[in-house]
Design a binder for this molecule. Sequence first.
Ligand code: HEM
Length: 399
Amino acid sequence: MSTESPFPHSLRTLLWPETLRNPAPVYSAWRETDPFFWFDELGTWVLTRHADCAEVLRRLDLFSSDWRRVGERLPDELIMLQSVDPPDHPPVRRLLAAAYRAQDHAALAGRTAERVRRRLAGLGGAEVEFVHEVAIPLTVETICDLLGVDPPDLDWLTSVSPSVVDTMDGGLRPEVMPAGIAARAEIDAVIAHWMTDHRPDGMFAFVAEKLRTVDVDRRLLLNSLRSTFHAGFESSARLLALSLLAFIDNPDTLQNFPENPDSGVEELIRYTSQVQVLARACLTDTEIGGRKVRAGEGVTLIIGAANRDPAVFADPDALRLDRAHNPHLGFGRGLHACLGAGVASAQTRALFTELARAGHTVRPHAAPVMWDSGTLRGVRSLPVTFAQEVVPCATSTDR
Ligand code: HEM
């Protein structure tokens, strides 16, 4: 195996403008040269092969989401489902999963489809900034419908949410942490309000009712509700916008979406991999992927790279909406697997089915602007015209 890569073996490479737009060349160069490398700046191994990433997610006895178990401090506001292990994790996961399952998902999907139709109506020939005019409002309305609460002010939400996302890259950019803590506190105030001000159905009503009889760690629960709300619109909106960009980059694919709605959604999640990175702490000295990993070391899983691993996916850089075998890691796997995958998928299916059926093709009328975040990839601005002709576009990363 050669160790010559055109791209430095550094997590900072994920923040380069050209990588933000298209990380695939970095993924394949890393996998082909050194697929399991040490990144000294953060004291972590970086894993790019699907088999290694899946193994780490499976081995809960060896790898933890709770960094307190290797002696790190976890600020109170970050104690949530994603960052705790058993015995803390199951009671809150069970409660939120029960609240999620209790919803009428067929009715929710029907309302989502109706919102999609209303939002797309009359867009033929119009110039639209897809992120702010379609993806964000749609995903905020959907998650609030699921939670059973009134959508908050979008200007406020789009001003605080990026600060929360920035903290996911906090290891590389410690200067973003104070703004992220302040943003989380603002969202926490809304979550506390929703605990008492909600519809009689919806996840908040279910949780509030159960709290009369079930005893769970309240801080863990409220932080987890915050992250459910935040992931519910931010990850989902990024999936929609990155997917539209994928359709622009791969002309003649959108119109095939209605023939393959289920495999098509899975493929969009694999191909766009907006959750690009997951992190775990090693609990016990072990060997994985031919490397010795010691207790206390970090393990950074490049999910985006795993999702393009040719050992698992034939022609991995092609967008194939009818891909049959698609064991992507885009929603995670195992104990911490995404709680809202079904809702995110249903919304994606509704949007692109409707867009394709309306006969819209998509033409960019300015270059897309990417978010400069490495952990949660995304498009910050995507100006498009819904028209007759599709052309690939260049990019800018200006903030
Ligand atoms: C495209 C949209 C989404 C993507 C790509 C995504 C991805 C993920 C991933 C990769 C994880 C695993 C984290 C880990 O292992 O450390 C996760 C966990 C989670 N997701 Fe999502 N998510 C999406 C949408 C949603 C939605 C709509 C909701 C809420 C309705 C949601 C709620 C959660 C929660 C609560 C967890 C933590 C689960 C746990 O630790 O037990 N996500 N998500």
